[in-house]
Design a binder for this molecule. Structure first.
Ligand code: ZN
Length: 396
């Protein structure tokens, strides 16, 4: 009797600590009991309610665990987009301009126009545009200009930047691309961080409105790049394959700060059209993207490098693309022929549970959102043609 009471007292004492190591309910070796709201300890998984079990064999790392899907379903691969496509977000196409092999690749994918966002300043733009105009494929490429933001606010900066941008557009640039370094890395003349909405930049945004060219702007990084890199971070693998992509708060402004600055620019310049690169990093929060499009009519979104966000929430994405079909456009960022068909497959089919092309971006599978033809045409080219008057307007 005394022995029994002692055992009960011991059990109560241990469960008060929260974890029972060694034996869970049912007395299985290695199982651990947790309390509501607690996480299973490392090396275990919740095998029964509040009961954490370790695997019998050592678990493979997240790199090596590549389970085969046993779903049996007909795949509907889409090697060629259903309608011609403008890729509004690519880089470094100078070597493609007179290259019949590239043109053949583009034709096979139904990529009608590539927009090179790395045009540079007026002199570089001239070189690139002249080469395009002299080529046999002059309707297949276009160029956006860039502004050198470094030293903004200093003597003569504004005048020089405005003059160069004006000249770049005269030389054939059809838009302005803003790289993510604005907000993250560029410094003002006084050495402090140059905020995206710094008033010194207002005349640039205003000039783009005046010249009737869109601004495609990439601000910040995916939200998780700003979060602690722990086992809850869904970009853990990417941030460890490319550690320089991390944007810790000790060095960088927060994600929210950057969103606020960028969105402030959109509000300050209602007569300038802005294309949010990478869906403004709102692809994981379509309600936020909807609020933005509802309140900022001069804003458009392009889909470069965020396909994995639509492919993991196919119902919400299909609704979003349908509702905002006049505000969305296609971009890819990296010209890689093997990757474009993943976009076509997500947009054009209702295939389920298929692989994405980059495991470190998304460890989950994709689902098609099966957009109707009218929406596809808008996303693939009609919206970018409307927003960017310098694109070839004929032959669609
Ligand atoms: Zn890019």
């Amino acid at each position: 009797m005394r022995m029994q009471r002692a055992i009960i007292a011991l059990a109560l004492a241990v469960s008060a600590v929260g974890l029972v190591i060694g034996q869970g309910r049912g007395g299985r070796a290695g199982w651990v009991t947790i309390k509501d709201g607690e996480e299973c300890p490392p090396g275990t998984t919740e095998a029964r309610h509040l009961q954490c079990a370790p695997p019998a064999s050592p678990a493979p790392s997240i790199l090596d665990y590549r389970p085969r899907s046993t779903v049996v379903a007909d795949p509907h691969l889409v090697p060629k987009a259903k309608f011609p496509v403008v890729d509004v977000h690519t880089h470094g196409t100078a070597a493609y301009v007179n290259n019949p092999a590239r043109i053949k690749e583009m034709d096979d994918l139904n990529l009608q126009v590539l927009v090179d966002l790395s045009g540079g300043g007026a002199a570089q733009v001239k070189q690139k545009v002249d080469a395009i105009r002299a080529s046999a494929y002059k309707d297949r490429f276009r160029v956006f200009a860039n502004v050198d933001w470094e030293g903004a606010g200093g003597a003569g900066w504004q005048e020089a930047a405005l003059t160069d941008l004006r000249q770049a557009v005269k030389n054939g640039a059809i838009g302005l691309k803003v790289f993510k370094e604005l907000g993250l890395r560029h410094k003002k003349a006084d050495g402090t961080r140059l905020a995206v909405d710094d008033p010194a930049l207002d005349p640039i945004w205003a000039l783009c409105g005046e010249l009737n060219i869109p601004v495609i702007i990439h601000t910040a990084e995916p939200q998780e790049f700003f979060s602690p890199i722990d086992n809850h971070n869904e970009r853990w693998l990417e941030l460890n394959i490319f550690p320089q992509r991390a944007s810790p708060p000790s060095i960088y402004p927060t994600f929210e700060q950057l969103m606020k600055e960028r969105d402030h620019v959109f509000s300050k310049h209602p007569r300038t059209r802005f294309i949010g690169a990478h869906f403004n990093w709102y692809g994981n929060d379509l309600q936020r993207a909807a609020r933005q499009l509802d309140t900022q009519p001069n804003v458009y979104l392009e889909v470069a490098a965020v396909l994995y966000e639509f492919g993991r929430q196919p119902y919400a994405a299909a609704q979003f693309f349908t509702k905002y079909q006049d505000r969305l456009m296609f971009g890819k960022d990296t010209y890689e022929t093997s990757e474009y068909p993943y976009y076509w497959r997500v947009f054009e089919t209702h295939d389920e549970y298929f692989d994405y092309y980059r495991g470190y971006h998304a460890f989950w599978k994709l689902y098609g959102i099966d957009l109707p033809d009218g929406v596809l045409r808008k996303v693939y080219h009609q919206n970018s043609l409307r927003v960017t008057s310098g694109l070839p307007q004929r032959g669609w």
